[in-house]
Design a protein around this ligand. Structure first.
Ligand SMILES: Cc1cc2nc3c(=O)[nH]c(=O)nc-3n(C[C@H](O)[C@H](O)[C@H](O)COP(=O)(O)OP(=O)(O)OC[C@H]3O[C@@H](n4cnc5c(N)ncnc54)[C@H](O)[C@@H]3O)c2cc1C
Length: 507
């Protein structure tokens, strides 16, 4: 039996702890904050009218198979812990020319919908793009997404090598989407998938089109009561299996003897011994702060190389959100709504420009769950989210200073104005508004600059996230900033990969 310390109690930390405890290890989770969940947070506001509950992080669940598998592997089925609801439409897209397109759960229904709204040719283009995305999925799923990308994984993937040209190596998501789809509205819908990895569509590899396939083949899902309930369920699973969850317990350093990890040091100076440490916090923080100066010889050199590579990589985009208590019911809205500007390219040029700028007319994402558990009768709970540059208070050229109160209020006014201009006026019906900036995410979860996905997946090399196995023996990395990537399902998949790499406890 090994003593294992998991740093961080977000989705990946809780999933890793559940799997490792189920494998017979003694697991301690050290979480810096007072609650679990990390980026998958929740805000609750009680008013005279009743209680509003908002997901402050994820609002759309994709690839649910990963969670069914996590629960099956560690005990009882997922359905006994949370109630998942398949969304149809998955999202409603509104365009500046007045077109409204739904992303329908059934591909055949989607085809009919697109044919009716945009014509047979555009519907055929979308279907062809989806076929290509499905082929990409066959190429990258399995050993690539579910392995460590080590030479042995790549060898095991040999039967899929002939499929690799399908991912259009060297091409961007935008390049491939534009090749298939002349219609600017379909191009915008495809561009939007780059946001799911915090990156620009013109720089992210074409293989990210698999997100289109994930949505169309496996659906978009909601968790009744809010996505936070999924975190509660994984936390309960970890604790039931015996993991010791320590809240308000920030780790300040990983400690080692030579090239072997021996435990962690807490912010109060306490040392906890461990045979294995799984860090699920931002990979840059793990290497640049917690593991700084560790290792000997070649392993020390490899650690330094990882630090340098992470230091040089561009950071992912961040999110500016407004959580709104809204009186009345809004006609014509879906659970998820995306309001596009007339010109979509400017959003990414602004965020990843030099210097970074706030997008003047970003796409606006509005989530309005039709769920009585999250709002009082007669009200709606809106989560409004736009992509923005990360936070930095010291003048970094790829960031803005989100602690500036004027910026906060001016940008929220701008977004309310844009909502009205795009047909979703809400100002007159506001009960309250909670504003959340990338600086808030940084303060609450230790995410540097609030950059949701760590580094941006720009270019073939940089889109390969830091490995799950570190150069130090006994130090593993999981989470949304390492392989295979960000978002709840991939964060949970990284936990699976790490648990398999560690293996069952020896008795
Ligand atoms: C606004 C927003 C919208 C999103 N939308 C979606 C979506 O719709 N669908 C989707 O799938 N994903 C979405 N995501 C992404 C998703 O939330 C993340 O990829 C995922 O939750 C990452 O989980 P994690 O465990 O890797 O990291 P985190 O959630 O960041 O967890 C890390 C934990 O470590 C703790 N910690 C940090 N430093 C220390 C330390 N030194 N010692 C101890 N503990 C520490 C933190 O407090 C935190 O609890 C969204 C994220 C945001 C912010």
């Amino acid at each position: 039996m090994s003593a294992i310390i998991v740093i961080g109690a977000g989705m990946s930390g809780l999933a890793a702890a559940s799997r490792l405890a189920a494998l017979g290890h003694t697991v301690t989770i050290c979480e810096a904050g007072p609650i679990t969940g990390g980026k998958a947070g929740e805000a609750v506001r009680t008013t005279d009218a009743g209680c509003f509950v908002f997901d402050t992080g994820p609002s759309l669940l994709t690839y649910p198979a990963v969670f069914h598998e996590l629960f099956a592997d560690t005990g009882t089925p997922l359905d006994e812990s949370v109630q998942l609801r398949r969304l149809d439409p998955i999202a409603r897209y509104r365009f500046a020319d007045g077109t409204v397109l739904d992303s329908r759960a059934e591909p055949a229904v989607m085809q009919d919908h697109l044919r009716a709204r945009l014509g047979a040719e555009a519907a055929g283009d979308w279907a062809a793009f989806q076929r290509r995305a499905a082929l990409m999925w066959r190429a990258v799923e399995g050993p690539f997404l579910r392995g460590e990308l080590r030479p042995t994984d790549l060898l095991r993937a040999a039967p899929r090598w002939p499929l690799l040209p399908a991912i259009a190596p060297g091409r961007s998501l935008r390049h491939v989407a534009h090749r298939y789809m002349p219609d600017p509205r379909l191009r915008m819908m495809a561009d939007r998938f780059a946001s799911y990895a915090g990156s620009a569509p013109s720089r992210i590899p074409a293989a990210y089109a698999v997100i289109a396939h994930l949505e169309s083949a496996m659906g978009g899902w909601y968790v009744e009561g809010g996505l936070r309930r999924l975190i509660d369920a994984v936390e309960a699973r970890a604790v039931r299996l015996g993991a010791n969850l320590r809240l308000d317990t920030p780790v300040s350093a990983i400690i080692s003897a030579g090239n072997d990890v021996t435990g962690v040091e807490l912010a109060d100076g306490t040392r906890l011994a461990a045979d294995v440490v799984v860090s699920t916090i931002d990979a840059g923080v793990t290497y640049q702060q917690l593991a700084a100066g560790l290792g000997h010889g070649a392993r020390r050199v490899r650690l330094a190389a990882r630090r340098r590579r992470l230091g040089a990589a561009p950071r992912s985009l961040a999110g500016f959100s407004m959580l709104l208590g809204v009186r009345g019911a809004t006609p014509g809205v879906a659970h998820h709504n995306v309001l596009f500007p007339a010109e979509y390219g400017d959003e990414y040029d602004s965020i990843f420009g030099d210097p970074a700028r706030l997008p003047a007319a970003p796409a606006i994402y509005v989530s309005i769950p039709d769920d009585p558990h999250v709002r009082p009768d007669g009200f709606e709970a809106w989560s409004v989210l736009v992509n923005v540059p990360r936070h930095d208070a010291h003048g970094a050229r790829d960031a803005v200073d989100w602690t500036d109160p004027e910026l906060r209020s001016a940008y929220s006014e701008r977004i309310l104005g844009l909502l009205a201009a795009r047909g979703m006026a809400v100002r007159e019906r506001l009960e309250f508004a909670i504003i959340r900036t990338p600086a808030d995410l940084e303060a609450e979860t230790g995410t540097p600059g609030g950059a949701i996905y760590g580094t941006a997946a720009h270019g073939a090399i940089r889109s390969l996230r830091p490995a799950n196995r570190s150069p130090l023996r006994g130090l593993f990395l999981a989470g949304g900033t390492v392989h295979p990537g960000g978002g709840l399902p991939l964060a949970a998949l990284s936990a699976r990969t790490v648990a398999r790499a560690i293996g069952p406890a020896r008795r």
